[in-house]
Design a protein around this ligand. Structure first.
Ligand SMILES: [Zn+2]
Length: 416
């Protein structure tokens, strides 16, 4: 039997045209939005009717920098509760940027077979980098969390695994040999998988973000990523000279300390603006994950200072990129459904309501090549809809005033 629901008299956000369409009826049939019509008095007898007068529908949100595999290290009921909370908060899709295939596949299957409630998961599978593995220790707890890519043969092997395990994207991290990276980009293109790149350490990146963009990468992780690409000329010369000569830890450390203590004085604003232009021209997104650096206390004083500086620099970069109209994708770098924390930070840095919502709907869907099914409210798309009580374009805080959440046409949350 068909499942038919009518959301009557609702206002909805058309993210494509950046407007609220007022007083319409949204017809849901099974898991899809069937039709959107101007509201009439007429009722449709076969449909379950939900009066949504004065409510606002937005597309179900994406959390775009998750590592859900950590949930498998929790108690089972805790894991299930957290996955359910994603949906209750209107996060009906997750872009997972690093974790073992097995853990992610199992979670996705359990959700799609309704064994548990949770978001639709688009995953990358393991973090990929040249040896030695930066997060190698995580492989003890989560085998397959990170995999080394040192040769063209390693690329061929992982490409095959990505296909077998139905990955939706690729995550590259930290160091790579340039020749191998170029080969990887070419092979990924052949199977149509988008790559997102995290350049790794704040400085001394083997594939810095400007180079990644030149190689065709369309998404960059973390707000600190611009730093080595926008250093003032003299510092950049010194930085690149060290990077291209034999690794000497003390010299790296000394220069890093110097640049860290200079902070914003270490960078060229012209270079940052040029980088922003390049991002806009090449349709490159950045997922700032500012939440992860927004911590007051770390394990020791030195780490606290470093994280503070990283937060300050990341915020500065993102504020400038926002001014230059770079497209921002919303994600927090965690396994928790705390995306609203990031939304609030982005709002404070000047990102408009509509751009925040696009960064959590249309942009990730576009980047993942799934905008035909996700990321906006339109007929024939998945009925993943967040309904809120007040207009989210007037204040982004209204996104938290949740009335109902639909996923695959099922009402999974109602705020009584
Ligand atoms: Zn991450």
């Amino acid at each position: 039997m068909k499942k038919q629901i009518l959301l009557k008299n609702i206002n909805y956000l058309d993210v494509e045209n950046e407007v609220i369409k007022e007083n319409v009826d949204i017809f849901i049939e099974n898991d899809l939005i069937k039709e959107i019509k101007k509201s009439t008095k007429k009722n449709f007898p076969d449909f379950k009717i939900i009066d949504c007068i004065n409510k606002y529908a937005v597309p179900g949100l994406f959390e775009s920098h998750a590592h859900l595999c950590w949930l498998t290290t929790f108690e089972n009921n805790e894991k299930e509760k957290i996955l359910e909370q994603f949906v209750h908060k209107g996060i009906t899709q997750v872009r997972d940027v690093g974790g073992p295939f097995d853990a992610l596949k199992k979670m996705k299957e359990d959700i799609s077979s309704n064994k548990m409630i949770g978001p639709e998961i688009f995953y990358a599978g393991p973090m990929l980098e040249r040896s030695p593995l930066h997060w190698g220790k995580f492989n003890e707890k989560l085998p397959g969390f990170t995999v080394s890519i040192n040769t063209e043969k390693d690329v061929d092997t992982i490409i095959q695994k990505l296909q077998e395990n139905k990955a939706s994207l690729i995550k590259t991290f930290n160091r790579f040999d340039l020749k191998i990276y170029k080969y990887f980009v070419k092979e990924a293109e052949k199977i149509n998988l988008p790559i997102t790149h995290d350049p790794g350490a704040p400085l001394f990146n083997s594939i810095p973000m400007d180079l990644a963009i030149d190689l065709g990468i369309k998404c960059i992780e973390h707000g600190k990523a611009p730093w080595p690409s926008v250093l003032k000329d003299d510092l950049q010369k010194e930085h690149n000279k060290l990077l291209n000569s034999k690794y000497k830890p003390e010299e790296y450390q000394a220069l890093a300390m110097k640049i860290f203590s200079m902070g914003i004085d270490s960078i060229s604003i012209e270079k940052l603006h040029k980088l922003a232009d390049k991002m806009v021209q090449n349709n490159v997104y950045i997922c700032p994950t500012l939440t992860v650096f927004n911590k007051s206390e770390e394990k020791d004083k030195e780490t606290t200072e470093i994280v503070k500086t990283l937060y300050m620099m990341s915020s500065f970069f993102i504020k400038e990129l926002i001014k230059q109209n770079v497209k921002i994708i919303v994600g927090i770098d965690s396994c928790m459904p705390d995306t609203f924390q990031e939304i609030k930070i982005l709002k404070n840095l000047g990102l408009s309501e509509i751009e925040i919502i696009k960064g959590a709907t249309k942009y990730p869907a576009d980047w993942l090549n799934v905008y035909d099914k996700y990321g906006s409210i339109k007929s024939n798309k998945k009925a993943n809809i967040l309904i809120v009580k007040e207009n989210p374009l007037q204040s982004i805080d209204n996104l938290e005033k949740i009335y109902m959440v639909f996923k695959n046409g099922n009402m999974l949350y109602k705020n009584e």
